[in-house]
Structure formats: C-alpha cells, structure tokens
Design a protein around this ligand. Structure first.
Ligand code: GZL
Length: 339
C-alpha cells in the first residue's frame, strides 16, 4: 500500500510539473506529459557534422532535450539519406513518441513519412524542407531559406554600387562577375538559396554568375573549388563570391589568399549562416558579410514535440528569427554570438 501511495505521489508531482515546464525554454519536466508515467521519447535523425552550423544545431538539440527532460535518441546520418531512412525506421520500431529529422536532400521522404503516419508518430521537419505533401509531416521548424538568398543578393548589389572591389564599383553598366559555391546538391538549403539569389539578381542584368559548383557546405571543398577557379585564365575577372554557407566561404578565403589576392577587397565575399568563424573573418576584413541562418532550434523542437504528444495545436511552419551582419555591425555583435 505504502509503495502504491509513493508511486501515485510521484506521478501527481510529475504530471503537475509537466504543464509548468512544457512550453518554457529550460522547461525542466516538460517531457513528462499529463497521463504519462515516463519521459517523452524523441527520435532525431541529424544529417551529420559537415559545418560549424550543423554542430551548433546538434548542440542546441541535445541541450534542449536535457532542459525539457525529453529522452533523445540521436542518430548522425554521416550525410547519407539511406542512413536517415534506417534511423527513422528504427525509431518507429522503438515506438518513440515523436520523430524529428533534418532531411539531407529534399526528395525521397514520402514513403517514410507515410510509415510514421501509419504508426501514429508525429513528425517534425527541422532546418531543411522536403518535397512532399505537407500533410505527411506535422511541422517545419526552420528559416525562410529562399529569403536568405534574396538578402545576400540585395546586400551584394548595394555594396558593389556604394563601394565595389578593386576592379571598381557597379556603375550600372560594368559587368559584375560572380562565382557561386553551392551547398549540398539537392538540399533545400542549396536549392532555395540559389533560387532567392538568382530571383533578386534578375533585376540587375549586368550581374552575371560565371561559375557555380558545389562545395557541399564544407571548408575543405570550398577551398578545393576556389583553388581551381583561382588557377583558371579568367580568375582576374571574378568580382564577387557568393557562398551558400560560411564554412565554404572560409575555405575559399584561404584559396584566394594562396593565389596572392585580397579576399573582401579584390573579391567581395558574401555568405550565409553567421557562425563565429564568419565573424572572425569579418573582423580580419577577409569576409564582407554573412546572412544569418539560426541553428539554435533545440528549444523550439522540444516545445513542439511536447505539444504534438499532448495533441495540442501547432502551426505548420515555425520560422526562425534572423538578421545579417557586415563590417559595420560585426564587431559590436561578435561578443554576444552564441554559435
Ligand atoms: C541551412 C543548413 C545548412 C547551413 C550549412 O538551413 O541546412 O546546412 O547553411 C549546413 O552550414 O551545413
């Protein structure tokens, strides 16, 4: 009898705390939901560890799971979609309460999402979108990636008109030659940044993308591709580098310097993410600007997971709040950066 009373007391305390912690950052017992005698279990399929951004995202997810008292089964897919599909099938077999995943590429998800639906497990698409009916997943938590491409193009045109590079400003006539380091081919992050950038660029016919190649969001590949471009006969005609993320930009900066050119002066460089490495490059005057893409999604993911398990209403898209930084703002912002 005494044992039964103890169990009942623990359950009562836990369920009352659930509402106190459910929606708050650092929510303590948010993961123990009313009517449940255990923690919520979330399966998370992460892409890998290709960039500073990805590492910051993973750290945010793991920290928030602890803060919200959610049991996290975390899988690193090493950049392979087949590993993600295997991990999600394993989550289904384990009968987790909710599944979150960052799709490495945007296609090939309909079948697995249907399997999650058939198993009655809610799904959260994180950071990158999928090409699938949005009835197949419950929520998308992440940035407006296309808008990041538009912002990058807007910043670039403004800078070329006001300041320019060593070959001069944009006087409305001079052809401005751009090279583009794309992210992972087929990923929504690369596809949508390129769409946004080109959409804005179409307003300025004298801006031309003369080369575009994937650097797979990594420093190493950004360096390799830029090295090749700096050895080509038309290297001296490059005015701007648009990199889909800071890691590739940082790799490219090393290649530009190795070729005896001045990054951010000879070749203007605009990238995306706003990770610490980008701020350090801006403070060294080697990177001109970066468009923020917020990786600190952990608290939103956990809050949403709890709501889905509690069958509470959630909005279909939970957008990230983000800005942009260049030499005029980097120094003041750097000390408070969290990733
Ligand atoms: C963007 C995210 C991208 C980052 C890269 O939402 O998916 O993947 O821009 C990361 O740094 O590798």
């Amino acid at each position: 009898m005494k044992k039964l009373l103890t169990v009942l007391l623990v359950l009562t305390v836990a369920s009352s705390l659930a509402f106190a912690g459910g929606g708050q950052q650092g929510g303590g017992s948010g993961g123990v939901t009313k009517g449940m005698d255990r923690k919520i279990v979330m399966g998370y399929s992460q892409i890998g560890a290709e960039s500073e951004w990805r590492t910051a995202c993973t750290n945010s997810v793991k920290a928030a799971a602890a803060d919200f008292n959610i049991e996290l089964i975390f899988s690193d897919a090493q950049q392979k979609q087949e590993n993600q599909l295997q991990a999600i099938r394993s989550f289904i077999r384990q009968k987790v309460d909710v599944i979150a995943f960052t799709p490495v590429v945007s296609t090939g998800w309909e079948a697995i999402l249907q399997e999650c639906k058939d198993a009655g497990i809610p799904t959260i698409c994180v950071d990158r979108t999928v090409e699938a009916p949005n009835t197949l997943y419950d929520v998308y938590i992440g940035s407006d990636i296309k808008a990041e491409g538009v912002k990058a193009a807007k910043w670039m045109v403004d800078y070329m008109k006001s300041t320019g590079n060593t070959r001069g400003k944009d006087d409305g006539n001079r052809t401005i030659n751009i090279v583009e380091l794309q992210g992972t081919v087929g990923s929504a992050a690369a596809t949508d940044r390129q769409i946004g950038f080109k959409e804005e660029l179409a307003k300025y016919p004298n801006y031309k993308i003369i080369k575009s190649q994937t650097g797979n969001f990594t420093r190493a590949e950004g360096l390799q591709v830029m090295e090749a471009w700096m050895k080509a006969p038309d290297a001296g005609e490059i005015d701007v580098l648009f990199a889909h993320n800071d890691d590739m930009a940082i790799g490219a900066i090393d290649a530009i310097k190795a070729a005896g050119k001045k990054p951010a002066t000879d070749i203007i460089i605009i990238s995306v993410d706003a990770v610490k490495g980008a701020f350090e490059a801006m403070l060294r005057k080697e990177l001109n600007a970066t468009i923020e893409c917020n990786p600190l999604l952990g608290p939103q993911i956990m809050e949403t997971g709890i709501k889905l398990v509690q069958k509470q209403p959630v909005q279909k898209w939970i957008p990230s709040i983000e800005g942009q930084y260049d030499w005029t703002t980097a120094e003041a912002a750097y000390p408070s950066r969290q990733y």
